[in-house]
Design a protein around this ligand. Sequence first.
Ligand SMILES: *Cc1c(COP(=O)(O)O)cnc(C)c1O
Length: 493
Amino acid sequence: MYFISTRGKKEKIKGSQAIINGICSDGGLYVPESFPDVSDKLDNLVNLSYKDLCFEILKLYLDDFTEEELKNCINKAYDDKFDCKEIAPTVKVKDKYFLELYHGPTCAFKDMALTLMPLLLETSLKKNNIKEDIVILTATSGDTGKAALEGFKNLNQIKIIVFFPKDGVSSIQKLQMQSQEGDNTYVVSINGNFDDAQSAVKTIFNDEEFKEILKNNNYILSSANSINIGRLLPQIVYYFYSYFDLVKNKHIKLKDKINFTVPTGNFGNILAAYYAKLMGLPVNKLICTSNDNNVLYDFFNSGIYNKNRELILTSSPSMDILISSNLERLLFEISSRDSEKVNNLIKDLNNKGLYKLDANMKKNLNSFRSEYANELEVKRNINKVFKEYNYLIDTHTCVAYTSYMKYLKKHKDCTPTVIVSTASPYKFSKDVLYSLGEEVNNFDKFEIIEKLSKFSHTEIPYPIKKLKTSLILHNENCEKDEIKSEIKKILKM
Ligand SMILES: *Cc1c(COP(=O)(O)O)cnc(C)c1O
């Protein structure tokens, strides 16, 4: 298996190299040269444990890793850092299915990939005889930052610097990051929103001169953002695992189709679902869901991507995004892998903030549907789901739930549907408790967490509980055009 660029550079590299590089030198994203077809092997995979399934799927892409290397990484990643042995359970709540992706060390779905990707990177460095230190630069809308910090902490040969938008993350997310331990971890808040932070980090990645300076200081830049193929591949696994869960519990028969409804931001999670479909997982529709920042909703319904609008801060901050980086990989597929078309669209996006699909590409969006949910609907439905089902969901998951209910109203589709649940409700306790009709003003965040636990009769996850006694270890702040000097300071260059 080789990986190629979405933008057409004639370069084919192996998985370990693609994980090290993060992004192609032509600015494109790495994609697998082709998708392995497992449609006639499903019955061999159906009963595997999460780790074994992960191995079977990843070995198809990372065939330059030895069996031992890959298994070592997988075993270290999915251990008792997760609070349930299934790692990613699909739970049936009355007639709905929720795929819970938040049982990892930071209580959000980013853990699914970020417990594994750093180990894959560490192994890749060894395999490729890289002597320099790697600097992981990450812009985060909240959950990635903490998950990446946890995943990379204290790894050899790697430093991680996380930039987060000062007012664009929840207070729990902020505390999670600012209390990060590990002697190779750095956290800086940026005055601006997530897109400011992400664009600033992207400029660094395209700054050849700066990269040269880094190189002279024995550093190589890489990214832990979901554009790294090492992030994307592990996310394919749980779509298979969830499907097999439904089979094992006799909710569906093998080969029956199901839908997935995904709360979407950077388009990484749902892209992994699409990759699973391209590999032969029986998927009917993928329902891409947004909050009030409904760029993707407009895109799927009109074929026009238009980021020219104000970013709205919502109660689902991990989805407050106007530029979904991973969409480029979808453009590559729906253009039948025509990198010239991809280049033109990306140019339009950079120059005009907007692009329009041609008729053929638009037609190829047919695996997708899209809906969005506003703040009031999210609040109402967190309450409704709790009252009716006695099941507590977070704001992001509720965007997916609400959007799915809207989808059902418009389309007669009785395909079993899995709602992808991306964060523990405790990560967003204030909004969740408020949605349940409880008083939240005049309480601090830990009182709110306690109140949520009492009210819902659910347990506070340990990683959230322990925040109460943790210390602030990082308090740096900078302007968005200062991040270069910030990096220099951190790396002592
Ligand atoms: C990151 C995140 C999302 C969005 O996922 P993408 O892969 O960026 O589309 C949704 N919900 C939560 C809780 C997240 O952390």
